[in-house]
Design a protein around this ligand. Structure first.
Ligand code: ADP
Ligand code: UVW
Ligand code: MG
Length: 415
């Protein structure tokens, strides 16, 4: 069975094709084909990278027509590129998508049908950076693969069983009744790395208290008790919690009132400021990219150093809050582009939790660890670096659904 995964994001679309046998493998499969189209590196241009089992990687840069057309071009390389991996589009059996906001109704993955698409569209008001592009991904597949069954895998689903105390905002109760609550995001990643952490530690997940730190462009933490998310830092939207690349994370809501009253900013302006002009980018005044910030900070740039200091301060304080929710900690897990690659950030975080008996092996921390325990032997808390594999987790969900008796409902465009 050939399962295609499309992870349509705000600045890039990533995709993988897996071939499954009769059973679910224990280890992640190597994709037959993987590709990414990126619009962030050069204005007006699309950068396409493709890799297959037979060729290491090739890259093409071309003038972007539209995200829709550029992504069709990416997908066509599966059957008509330099090294096609299937003979025709019809060879693909299922397509899985990461969908960021599933609201209250989607507590697990689901086959896509017109009603599901309509709900994803409706939830776009709560995840304006993400849901519209996720939906576009589904439309692109309809256009090039016709009636192939599609699956939506939600980033909110893993957090849907959080206790009410973690879900409810201290605001008038009728708002909760209208759906205003903490949902949490990055669930596909938090759940995947928690499962992988148990494997690396050779312990059942049900015995573990974990704090998973997903630190990418978007950043969030999850407190995971016996395999369940019991608290997380993102909330109603992916804007709450940690400081991120370009997003503010939590700020005093009084700031928004002030900006509305005294600076006459409207909703769109606030949205742009908080989602695109804040975080590392806002404080440094230069970049939301952690690699850039670390470089500038090392060169003595004062604002980059301050951005880094705020990032670490907030990361530590939110870890403290997850720690309190768990009442103890067996392992701290780092993942995402920053979590997996930025050794100085991991070191700065771990330093603050030495009082728990957590000891980072500083040498191992510097050696590009991947799916590895980097705490010292005598550390009372393990520290893991795990490469998140959201695409693999989505493919597994597709495979699981395909084994269930529930039939796939063929997708059609919502009028
Ligand atoms: N070697 C590195 N050192 C520090 N930060 C890194 C490194 N590699 C990637 N990053 C950072 O990871 C972030 C992107 O994370 P990633 O998980 O790839 O993004 P996304 O959330 O879009 O999936 C960027 O801030 C980038 O600078
Ligand atoms: C939910 C979210 O913030 O996703 P990302 O990190 O991909 O922006
Ligand atoms: Mg990501």
């Amino acid at each position: 069975m050939k399962i295609l995964v499309l992870n349509a994001g705000s600045s890039s679309h990533k995709s993988c094709l897996y071939e499954f046998g009769d059973s679910l493998p224990e280890q992640p499969l190597k994709p037959l084909w993987e590709a990414q189209v990126d619009w962030a590196s050069q204005p007006g241009m699309a950068e396409l990278r493709v890799k297959t089992v037979d060729i290491p990687s090739y890259e093409t840069v071309f003038p972007s027509v539209s995200r829709f057309e550029d992504t069709l071009r990416l997908l066509q390389t599966i059957w008509s590129g330099e090294v096609p991996v299937v003979s025709q589009p019809g060879d693909i059996d299922i397509v899985g998508h990461r969908v960021v906001h599933g609201g209250r109704d989607y507590q697990e993955s689901t086959w896509v049908n017109p009603a599901v698409k309509a709900e994803i569209a409706q939830l776009a008001t709560l995840a304006p950076v993400h849901n519209p592009v996720n939906l576009q991904g589904i439309d692109i597949i309809e256009q090039c693969l016709g009636t192939v069954p599609q699956v939506a895998v939600f980033d909110t689903a893993f957090h849907s069983q959080m206790p009410m105390a973690a879900k409810v905002y201290p605001i008038p109760w009728q708002w909760f009744e209208q759906g205003i609550q903490r949902y949490g995001f990055h669930g596909i990643s938090h759940q995947y790395v928690a499962t992988r952490a148990a494997e690396i530690l050779h312990q059942p997940l049900t015995d573990l208290r974990l704090i998973t730190c997903h630190l990418g462009n978007g950043c969030s933490l999850a407190a995971i008790h016996q395999g369940h998310s019991i608290d997380t830092t993102m909330g109603f939207t992916p804007l709450e919690g940690l400081m991120m690349g370009c997003r503010s994370g939590s700020v005093d809501p009084g700031i928004l009132l002030h900006l509305i009253r005294h600076h006459h900013l409207d909703a769109q302006q606030l949205d742009t400021l908080l989602n695109q002009e804040s975080g590392l980018k806002g404080v440094s005044g230069s970049s939301g990219d952690m690699r850039q910030i670390l470089k500038q900070a090392a060169a003595g740039d004062g604002q980059a150093n301050l951005a880094l200091a705020v990032y670490i301060h907030r990361l530590r304080s939110h870890i403290g809050s997850m720690l309190a929710a768990l009442g103890g900690l067996d392992a701290l897990v780092f993942t995402g582009g920053v979590g997996e690659n930025a050794a100085p950030i991991r070191a700065a975080v771990c330093e603050a939790f030495g009082f728990l008996g957590l000891n980072l092996d500083l040498a191992q921390n510097m050696q590009s660890p991947c799916d590895q325990d980097i705490a010292t032997l005598d550390s009372r808390v393990r520290v893991l670096v795990i490469h998140t594999q959201e695409d693999w987790a989505i493919a597994q969900e597709c495979w699981r659904l395909s084994q269930s008796p529930q039939k796939a409902v063929v997708t059609t465009h919502v009028p």
